[in-house]
Design a protein around this ligand. Structure first.
Ligand SMILES: C[S@@+](CC[C@H](N)C(=O)[O-])C[C@H]1O[C@@H](n2cnc3c(N)ncnc32)[C@H](O)[C@@H]1O
Length: 246
């Protein structure tokens, strides 16, 4: 049984993450080109759940959204709120207990964080609570196929096979360390099968309007064969009962 919470690991790694993202060392610049157009136009309030150091919140603000960034890591939240160019309103909170009233927002975004949360089912339910009926929840996660396995590293094959040595269906924690330039970044997450997310979304009253699998465009890149990210656009309010007297 694990005692530590994933968010604690993210807080410990927040200093590295802030440098990692602000030096552009991950795939965000290409990933956002596919993700950001899925977000609806600005409305009353957009909540960025698991906002980290605030890069998506800053993009949304530039597009006219009134944004609230929420993250469980105090270090991440502080850096979002004190960004030197575009500080955003940000609060420390767990996604399972958002400090907001019911039906207050018309959009919520969770970019590359639901697979980093211990309790994803109550977190998705909580987003359903704060959204108005008809609001949109726009999600990017590590594609469950990509988190289930890895490209075989024991081969010199230019086109290595993608291997799932463990189970696709069983959830499990993973830790990935990436090194670029002089910086190492440790990712703490949970592999879960796709159905965990879709079941949680439907149980929270969401209808999935769009599902997109994001892979590399360059056909010589091995990540063009396996989708690395999954995008979902979900509409809230499907669970609202309608009573008709006859
Ligand atoms: C990979 S980072 C992504 C941050 C941001 N969305 C981005 O792409 O720049 C994952 C974030 O999820 C946050 N997180 C993990 N568990 C959380 C929880 N239970 N509630 C709120 N945030 C959480 C972490 O603190 C971390 O900032």
């Amino acid at each position: 049984m694990r005692d530590e919470r994933l968010a604690d690991g993210w807080d410990v790694n927040a200093g590295a993450w802030i440098q990692w993202t602000r030096r552009g060392l991950d795939s965000y610049s290409s990933h956002k080109v596919a993700f950001l157009p899925l977000i609806p136009p600005p409305g009353r309030l957009t909540v960025d759940v698991g906002a980290g150091e605030g890069r998506v919140s800053r993009e949304l603000r530039a597009r006219g959204h009134r944004v609230l960034a929420i993250d469980r890591s105090p270090t991440m939240t502080r850096s979002a709120a004190t960004h030197p160019d575009v500080p955003v309103p940000a609060v420390v909170a767990d996604a399972v207990s958002l400090p907001l009233p019911d039906a207050v927002a018309d959009c919520a975004v969770a970019f590359m964080c639901l697979h980093d949360m211990d309790d994803v089912v109550p977190a998705i339910r909580e987003v359903g609570r704060i959204l108005v009926d008809g609001g949109r929840f726009v999600i990017a996660i590590a594609h469950p196929l990509s988190s289930a396995g890895r490209f075989d590293q024991d081969t010199t094959d230019e086109n290595p096979p993608f291997v799932i040595r463990d189970s696709y269906t069983a959830p499990r924690h993973f830790t990935t360390v990436r090194t670029r330039e002089d910086l190492s970044m440790t990712y703490h997450g949970i592999h879960r099968p796709l159905q965990t997310y879709t079941d949680a979304l439907t149980a929270a009253g969401f209808v999935i309007e769009q599902l997109r699998e994001h892979s590399a465009e360059d056909p010589t890149n091995k990540w063009s064969r396996i989708p690395s990210f999954l995008h979902l656009v979900c509409r809230s309010g499907a669970g609202t009962a309608v009573h008709v007297d006859v």
